[in-house]
Structures are given as C-alpha cells and as structure tokens.
Write a protein that binds this ligand. Structure first.
Ligand code: ZN
Length: 161
C-alpha cells in the first residue's frame, strides 16, 4: 500500500495527537534529526518536542540513536520517522473502528428504539418504558422508530472500512 501524506497525518493524529502532525511533516523525509534541531525549526521548547516524540515512540513511529556531545558531555537524541509503521497502525485503527461499528450494529438490530418527535432524545425500549414513553425533555409522546435506515448506514460504513 502506498502511504500518502494524508494517511500519515490521519494515523499520527489518531495515535499521538493532532499537535504532532507538524513535527512529523518536518522529519518524515529526513533521517537522524536531533531533537534540538527540531525544537529550533519549530520554535518550540525542546521539552515539548521530547513529549511529542515519546508519544510517537510509544507507537513505534520513531526510532532514535543517541550520541554523546563531546563538548557538553551529555547525550543528544537523533530521531527518524518510521513510515513503514504507518500501514500497520492504519490497519489496527480500522479494525478497532469496525469492532465498534459492529457493536453498534448489534445494538440497533437487537433493540427497539423510541424517539421524540421534537428531536430531543432517542431511547431504547427499556429506557423509554421507564419514562412511560414520554420524552423526559419535553413530555410529548415518543414514537417507535424504524431504524432500518440507521442499520443500513452502519453496514455501509463497515463495508467502506
Ligand atoms: Zn421531546
């Protein structure tokens, strides 16, 4: 599968947070960039950059090498974005989404739903009964809903994924 920029952004946002997209854009086509260099390029404190890099590292989206700075005596970390990993993560994300949709689908198929005509609320049979089939918001009588359309929508979404 070809990994487009759009897919990279999507996956990074999903697993590490939207704020990390800019950092990834900066380093994804380079190798072994020092965190100080990244901080300088982004004009952000190096601790903020490290926090972002750790979030990526938690999902194996970056690797690092460290080298001792001879003058200062401390270690500097050099980071590389692992594009290969994006494909695997994308599959994981899709699988999780499908599982969630499947759960919703079962709930829709296995329950009757009642909704308020004024659009206040939608409840399953049991909850609607608790309220005597009256909308808890506006008091009007709730109607049983035909959820065939909703079921179809969820099915389509699963197919798309
Ligand atoms: Zn209502």
């Amino acid at each position: 599968m070809r990994i487009s920029n759009k897919i990279i952004d999507e996956v990074v946002k999903e697993v590490a947070g939207e704020d990390v997209i800019a950092l990834v854009t900066l380093i994804k086509n380079k190798k072994n960039i020092s965190e100080f260099k990244i901080a300088e390029m982004m004009n952000v404190n190096v601790n903020v950059i490290r926090n972002m890099l750790y979030r990526l590292y938690n999902h194996n989206l970056v690797s690092f090498v460290r080298k001792k700075d001879k003058k200062k005596g401390w270690y500097i970390y050099y980071w590389t974005f692992i594009i290969k990993r994006v494909g695997t993560l994308l599959e994981d994300i899709k699988k999780k989404k499908i599982d969630k949709l499947q759960e919703r689908l079962e709930r829709e198929r296995g329950n009757f739903f009642f909704s308020c005509q004024n659009g206040c609320i939608r409840l399953d049979f049991e909850k609607a009964m608790d309220y005597g089939f009256k909308c808890p918001e506006c008091g009007s009588l709730m109607q049983q809903e035909d959820n065939a359309k909703k079921i179809k929508e969820i099915e389509d979404e699963i197919k798309k994924l």
